[in-house]
Design a protein. Structure first.
Length: 591
């Protein structure tokens, strides 16, 4: 912390060790100190709790659990910089969480009218996030208890769209009320089931139903459109006049980002659609719902019309959203009336059930570490389905040839201004890492790959052709959102960044992009919602706090055809035995 800030806020100086260790930002400390001064609070433990509560949503947590926060912070510090973990461990963490919580509850930071903190369910919330959580819980519970009708010709829809029994039952469950939750791993037919659900609703309403399809990112919305289009062809080619009409209606639906659906206000603050100006749609379908944060879900629920249905679709086994909350996992795991609205698809079509990668993914999801390790150690046999491959290698050098081949295709296409080929090739292979820094981290792998580009005799610095860029800051005006990926290409007008998701790639000048980062490699957290032909997963060590079931499952299931794991196979069992959890009271409120 700088000296002048410490002088301006004497209480902030009590947190200087935490700022120096990188656990807190100067802003965290200043906010906590300002609130403490207004409340007449000088207890260092309370001040620390306040600062950690300010930090929590930035780390994905809706609230602060004093009994878990030390381990959570250590895991987060390891993700950012493994070298910083020892400094974090050496800090003077209060050793009695119950006594720590009691001191916070007695403080005017909680007890005063309109205080910035709320203590509820044994957790410490910033007031705004407590309001979000209570609001989401109330509205989800209300939707779950409301029956609905209007589905028609479900058996015929199931036949035309070639649904299995599980998919047909999922449609029936999701259309039976104003809330539907459809979960399942990759390739289990979620999008086909959504198409069937839409067809049944349209058939039951004589076509008089207004439908919105949305996803958290532009890329996820584009993939949703592609998947639904595949189902539309079955409807339009069915020979049934009504289904042909329904297919044409579904084909006209264009998924958008959630932000675009809600209408981001000028300046990117707030949305045009809310309780007073609800959406005009009768059905709102949110795909990749595991990526939706608590505040964004609250905004969606506030924008629903008084009779609208909400359908949440996603994989509850994945890591939670990058932002605060784990809404889909909490809703899918809740009991009571909500469980009656949850349907889970289990049969994968992406990976044949007998394939190693399919069995491996299922073993991870089921929490069976020993079985996953056995599958990993199996020799590849002649019966392995073509294109479905799981490998384990011990050193990065054993995959450099494949990485070089993909990079060469992207760079050459970008140098010649072939935006379509460059954008399409981005998804052929991606390196996924648990860490951001260190030899197993994203920064190391990005530098290594750029060195390989230089070795090929190509430019590998600045806005060089073939440089993949991820958007890190929402830009609604340009229809770009956190997580969207483009690639730099050479044009007659200078370098441009090409983004897919539309009929033709969009070209945007790099100077117009406010927040980007290079993504030859990316964190597993950032890979959510994306798919690649081949993923190279750089595993953390077995004793890493980042080695969790959700992390491994998310990484493996980003692959369409091939997974290569780099590291010690022992980490697989360790990761499957360890689960990650966001601090939230939503599941408890829902149940």
């Amino acid at each position: 912390m700088t000296a002048h800030l410490a002088r301006r806020r004497p209480l902030a100086s009590l947190l200087q060790r935490w700022v120096s260790a990188g656990v807190l930002t100067e802003s965290d400390a200043m906010v906590a100190a300002s609130c403490a001064e207004l409340a007449g609070e000088s207890d260092e433990r309370v001040l620390l709790a306040m600062a950690l509560a300010v930090r929590a949503p930035r780390s994905g947590h809706v609230a602060l659990d004093l009994a878990a926060v030390r381990d959570q912070v250590l895991a987060e510090m390891e993700h950012l910089d493994p070298a910083a973990v020892s400094a974090t461990q050496s800090l003077d963490w209060p050793d009695d969480p119950d006594a720590w919580l009691a001191s916070v509850m007695e403080s005017q930071l909680v007890a005063a009218s309109g205080a910035p903190l709320v203590v509820d369910l044994g957790l410490i919330y910033l007031r705004r996030f407590h309001r979000h959580e209570v609001s989401v819980a109330d509205r989800i519970r209300a939707l779950a208890t409301m029956a609905a009708s209007g589905a028609g010709r479900l058996d015929d829809v199931a036949r035309v769209l070639e649904l299995d029994d599980g998919q047909r039952d999922a449609v029936a469950r999701c259309v039976s009320g104003r809330l539907g939750v459809l979960t399942g791993g990759p390739g289990t037919g979620k999008t086909r089931t959504v198409a069937a659900l839409l067809a049944a609703l349209i058939a039951g309403s004589d076509g008089d139903v207004r439908i919105a399809l949305a996803a958290p990112t532009g890329k996820a919305a584009a993939r949703m459109a592609e998947s639904i289009d595949a189902s539309v062809s079955l409807l339009t080619g069915s020979g049934d006049d009504e289904f042909e009409r329904i297919g044409e209606m579904i084909a006209e639906l264009r998924p958008s980002t959630i932000h675009r659906l809600l209408g981001v206000r000028g300046g990117g603050v707030g949305f045009r659609h809310d309780t007073d100006r609800p959406l005009a749609h009768d059905v709102v379908v949110i795909d990749e719902a595991s990526m939706v944060s608590l505040p964004l879900m609250d905004a969606v629920l506030h924008a629903l019309g008084p009779q609208a249905r909400l359908i949440l679709v996603g994989d509850a086994g994945q890591l939670a959203s990058v932002d605060a909350g784990s809404v889909l996992g909490d809703v899918a795991g809740a009991g009571g009336a909500i469980q009656e609205r949850v349907a889970e698809l289990q049969e994968s079509r992406r990976f044949p059930s007998e394939s190693r990668i399919g069995r491996f993914a299922e073993a991870i999801r089921a929490g069976n570490g020993s079985h996953a390790r056995q599958i990993l150690d199996e020799p590849v046999g002649d019966g392995e389905p073509e294109g479905v491959v799981l490998r384990r290698v011990d050193t990065p050098s054993r995959v450099t040839g494949e990485i070089d081949a993909q990079v060469a295709v992207i760079v050459e296409a970008a140098r010649h201004g072939d935006a379509a080929t460059a954008v399409h090739s981005l998804d052929a292979l991606r390196v996924l890492c648990a860490h951001r820094s260190g030899r197993a981290g994203v920064s190391f792998w990005n530098r290594a790959i750029e060195s390989r580009i230089a070795a090929l005799g190509r430019v590998s610095s600045g806005m060089y052709p073939g440089r993949p860029l991820m958007i890190t800051r929402n830009d609604p005006a340009r229809r770009l959102f956190n997580g969207d990926v483009g690639v730099v290409i050479r044009t007659d007008d200078g370098p441009r960044v090409a983004f897919g998701g539309e009929a033709e790639p969009r070209l945007i000048a790099p100077s117009h992009l406010e927040g980007t980062e290079t993504v030859h490699a990316m964190t597993i957290h950032k890979s959510q919602g994306s798919e690649f032909d081949h993923v190279v997963v750089v595993l953390p060590s077995a004793d890493s706090r980042l080695a969790t079931r959700e992390l491994l499952y998310t990484a493996v299931t980003r692959a369409r055809r091939q997974v290569t794991l780099i590291g010690d196979g022992a980490v697989v069992e360790a990761a499957i035995a360890r689960t990650s959890a966001r601090t939230s009271g939503l599941r408890q409120r829902l149940s």
